[in-house]
Design a protein around this ligand. Structure first.
Ligand code: FAD
Ligand code: NAD
Length: 402
C-alpha cells in the first residue's frame, strides 16, 4: 500500500519545525514527508535587519536545509510554489507538480506596501536574504560614491526607513551601529549621515509598552537616529518620501519600507478566502472547510479568542504552530481527535543594535539595555537549537561576548 504523502511548503520557522516534528512523531513506514522550499537554505528571518544593515554577514543568518533535515528521511525539493489546486490535491511548482494527501502551507510573509504610490518601484524591502543583501550593498555604494564622486550631495547619505514597527526600529538600531563604521571606512564625517525613521502613528511601536518605547527612542536618538512620528507616508519617489497633508518631501539616497507584512501571494492564487492577505484558520490550524490542509506562521491568522483578535505574526508563534500541526497530522493518521492551538507567550524583545535592546519576558517583566540584549541573543540561539541542536548552535550561534 502507498504511504500517505505529507507535503510541507516553505522552510521557514513553521515549515522547518513541522518537518522536524513529523520525523519525530511518525515512523518511516507511516508516511512520506516532502519539504518544498524556494532555496536550498533556511534563513533566520528574525536576523534579516542585521543582514540589511551589514552588522552580520548574510551567510551567518542562513544554513543548508540538508544540514539539519536528513534527505534520507525527508524528500527535499528546491523550487518555488506557484499555486495549490485544492480540488486535485496538487501543488504546482515553477518546474514541476507534486500531489499530496496532507498539506502544510507555511510560505511566510511578503512586504505589504498597501498600494502606496511608488513604494514597490522605489523602496527596498526587508524580506529575504537577497533583498537584504541589496540594501546592504546599496548603502555602502552611497558612501563610496559620495567619497569618490565629483559632486557631493549630502542627501545621498541619508537613510530613510518608512514604518516604525518592530522591524523598522530594529533596523535603525543596526544602522546606528553600522554607520560610524562606514564613516570611518570612507573618511566621511558622521554628522553628514542621517538615519530617519518615519511613522504614521503618534508614536513609534504603536501599542507596545510606553516605558519601553520611551527607552528605545532615547537610546536611538542618542546614537543619531531621527524620528518623524505622526507622519503618514503618501508616496515614495526615487529620492524621497512624500509625507503628511502638506506633501513634505524627505530626501534620501537609500529608502527602505518596513511598514507592514501580509501572507504569501500563493494563498490568493490558490483561491483561499483571505482577511488582509491571510487565512483565518480553525483552532486546530486547518483552513476552514479543508480536512487535510493546515496553514501556519505568517500565512495564518490564529484567533486569540480571549481578546477577540488574532495573535501578531511572530517566529515564536510560527514555531509553536508547528508542534500543534505535526501532532494533529499524526492524530489524523491514527484516527484520533485533533487538538486546538494554545499560544504560550514567552514575551517580546527587540534589539536596538548589537549591545542594546528592550522588551518584556516571563509575563511582563521589563528588560532594558545589556540584559535585554543578552536575552535577545538567547532567544536567537534557542531558535537555532530547536532547529538544528547543539551542532547548529555552535556553528551559527550568537555566542560572542559584547
Ligand atoms: P518565514 O520564516 O518567512 O519562512 C517562509 C519560508 O518560505 C522561507 O524559507 C521562504 O524562502 C519560503 N518561501 C516563500 N515563498 C515561497 C514560494 N513561493 N515557494 C517556495 N518557498 C517559498 N518574530 C519573533 O517572534 N521574534 C523576533 O525577534 C522577530 N524579529 C523579526 C525581525 C525581522 C527583521 C522580521 C522581518 C520579522 C521578525 N519577526 C520576529 C517575525 C518573524 O520573523 C515571522 O513571524 C516568521 O518568520 C514567520 O515564520 P514563517 O515560518 O511563517 O515564515
Ligand atoms: P508592523 O505592521 O508591526 O509595523 C509597521 C509600522 O509601519 C506600523 O507602526 C505602522 O503604523 C507603520 N506604517 C504603516 N503605514 C505607514 C505609512 N503609510 N506611513 C508611515 N508609517 C506607516 O510590521 P513589522 O514591523 O514589519 O512587523 C511585522 C511582524 O513581525 C509583527 O507581528 C512584529 O511583532 C513582528 N516582529 C517582531 C520582532 C520582535 O519580536 N523583535 C521584530 C520584528 C518584527
Amino acid at each position: 500500500m502507498n504511504k500517505p504523502k505529507i507535503v510541507v511548503l516553505g522552510a521557514g520557522y513553521a515549515g522547518m519545525m513541522t518537518t522536524k516534528k513529523l520525523t519525530q512523531n511518525l515512523g518511516i513506514d507511516e508516511a512520506e514527508i516532502v519539504l518544498v522550499n524556494k532555496h536550498n537554505y533556511h534563513y533566520e528571518t528574525t536576523w534579516l535587519h542585521e543582514v540589511a544593515a551589514g552588522t552580520i554577514n548574510h551567510n551567518r543568518a542562513r544554513f543548508m536545509i540538508s544540514d539539519v533535515i536528513s534527505p534520507n528521511r525527508v524528500r527535499l525539493i528546491y523550487d518555488s510554489v506557484v499555486e495549490v489546486k485544492r480540488d486535485e490535491n496538487l501543488v504546482v511548482l515553477e518546474n514541476s507538480e507534486i500531489s499530496y494527501d496532507y498539506l502544510v502551507i507555511s510560505l511566510g510573509f511578503v512586504t505589504n506596501t498597501f498600494g502606496i504610490k511608488g513604494m514597490e518601484e522605489n523602496a527596498f524591502f526587508i524580506q529575504d536574504i537577497d533583498s537584504c543583501q541589496l540594501i546592504r550593498e546599496h548603502i555602502e555604494y552611497q558612501f563610496a560614491q559620495y567619497k569618490n564622486g565629483e559632486e557631493k550631495d549630502d542627501d545621498s547619505l541619508t537613510i530613510l526607513v518608512g514604518g516604525g514597527g518592530f522591524t523598522g526600529i530594529e533596523f535603525v538600531g543596526e544602522l546606528a551601529e553600522k554607520v560610524p563604521q562606514l564613516c570611518k571606512k570612507y573618511d566621511i564625517d558622521r554628522s553628514k549621515v542621517r538615519i530617519i525613521n518615519v511613522e504614521a502613528a503618534p508614536s513609534i511601536m504603536p501599542g507596545f509598552d510606553k516605558d519601553l518605547v520611551t527607552y528605545a527612542k532615547k537610546s536611538l536618538q542618542e546614537r543619531g537616529v531621527e524620528f518623524r512620528e505622526g507622519a503618514a507616508i503618501k508616496e515614495c519617489k526615487a529620492d524621497c518620501f512624500v509625507v503628511g497633508e502638506d506633501n513634505e518631501e524627505i530626501k534620501a539616497g537609500t529608502i527602505v519600507w518596513t511598514g507592514g507584512v501580509t501572507g504569501s501571494p500563493v494563498l490568493s492564487k490558490s483561491g483561499f478566502e483571505l482577511t488582509k492577505g491571510k487565512v483565518t484558520v480553525n483552532g486546530d490550524l486547518r483552513a476552514p472547510g479543508e480536512d487535510n490542509i493546515f496553514i501556519l506562521g505568517d500565512c495564518a491568522w490564529v484567533m486569540n479568542e480571549a481578546e477577540g483578535r488574532p495573535f501578531p505574526p511572530t517566529a515564536q508563534a510560527a514555531m509553536q504552530h508547528a508542534t500543534t500541526c505535526a501532532n494533529n497530522i499524526k492524530a489524523l493518521l491514527h484516527n484520533e481527535p485533533l487538538t486546538n492551538f494554545v499560544f504560550d507567550d514567552k514575551g517580546t524583545v527587540a534589539s536596538l543594535g548589537v549591545t542594546d535592546a528592550m522588551g518584556t519576558v516571563f509575563s511582563g517583566t521589563k528588560l532594558y539595555g545589556k540584559s535585554a540584549a543578552t536575552m535577545k541573543k538567547v532567544i536567537d540561539n534557542r531558535s537555532l537549537f530547536l532547529q538544528g541542536g547543539p551542532r547548529l548552535l555552535l556553528k551559527k550561534g550568537k555566542v560572542r561576548p559584547f
